[in-house]
Design a protein. Structure first.
Length: 311
């Protein structure tokens, strides 16, 4: 073989070797960043692959926002729902978490009631993401965060055609193959804002989640009195696991397999209440807590679900 031919072949070998190295680097990088779950980030696509489910799935995230509430739902058609936003201080964490999960548009943002630990981060979310609909009760508060939220909502209603809805009991909303129904409150002007919390039952095929906001025993009794469809696989425990919620009769009606308690580590309220933890244990309900488990994610194919935690 002539020397020019040898050099040409050597050159081609170097090029081929470089391409292989680059390809391997890309594959490894993708595996590290998209195929595993780190402590600080939970990627929906990675979890869907890890779950082993075939076909379409949903993911329900309960974010660790300290002493507050926030849940993100990705539906089977890639749409997003957000239920509460935690405190003002947690707004940045919620925003970053949504960005990590490729959220750009939120189909429904639900603000269950106007307490700071549920709507504090709402202004940040509304200004960062394209929110199509906001669901919230007619309950009014005089706090600064609520006043600022109302201003932002009105501005976005004018500029972005944001739809603001005060839903009624029985209202049902569908997104892809999922749906959620409003079960409470009948009285959106209850003296205690906790009992005016929007209570939603979210359903995907045979799997269901009950989101209760801070609804307490008064609201629970009211739902029980009219035989509301409470039976659910997963319960977001009311009022951060306080003994003002999760009454024995209510838990019996919901009959969950798992309960998620959203609370801050070492919080001054003593949440969750030992009596509520005992009640869950007595009913053989799996307990998951954001203060102990970090961000908690349920991935479901509509028949069963798998749970992932960041702690």
């Amino acid at each position: 073989m002539s020397k020019p031919a040898e050099k040409h072949n050597q050159f081609l070998s170097v090029i081929l070797y470089s391409v292989i190295i680059i390809a391997i680097s890309i594959i490894v990088s993708c595996a590290l960043n998209g195929g595993t779950t780190s402590e600080n980030s939970v990627a929906v696509s990675a979890l869907a692959q890890k779950s082993g489910f075939q076909g379409k799935t949903i993911a329900v995230h309960f974010l660790d926002v300290g002493q507050g509430d926030c849940a993100l739902i990705q539906t089977d058609n890639g749409k997003f729902l957000l239920i509460d936003t935690g405190t003002v201080e947690s707004g940045e964490k919620v925003s970053d978490y949504l960005k990590q999960n490729k959220v750009k548009e939120i189909e429904y943002a639900v603000f269950t009631h106007p307490h700071d630990d549920h709507i504090g981060g709402a202004e940040k979310i509304l200004k960062t993401f394209d929110v199509k609909h906001v669901l919230m009760p007619e309950t009014v508060q005089t706090t600064t965060s609520f006043s600022e939220l109302l201003k932002t909502l009105q501005l976005q209603k004018q500029e972005k055609k944001l739809q603001i809805i005060s839903p009624k009991v029985g209202d049902r909303y569908s997104v892809g193959g999922t749906s959620f129904q409003v079960l409470s409150p009948l009285d959106a002007e209850a003296e205690d804002a906790n009992n005016s919390s929007l209570v939603l039952k979210f359903v995907y095929k045979d799997v269901s989640f009950l989101f209760t906001g801070d609804a307490e025993n008064k609201a629970e009794k009211e739902m029980l009195s009219r035989n509301a469809d409470l039976d659910s696989d997963v319960l977001k425990a009311g009022h951060h696991g306080s003994d003002t919620s999760s009454t024995a009769d209510f838990i019996k009606a919901v009959s969950p397999d798992a309960a998620v308690i959203s609370c801050g580590k070492g919080n001054s309220y003593g949440h969750p209440s030992p009596s509520i933890l005992d009640r869950f244990h007595e009913n053989e309900i799996q307990i998951l807590r954001t203060d102990l488990d970090g961000d908690i994610v349920f991935v479901s194919d509509g028949e069963t679900y798998k749970i992932y935690k960041t702690k």
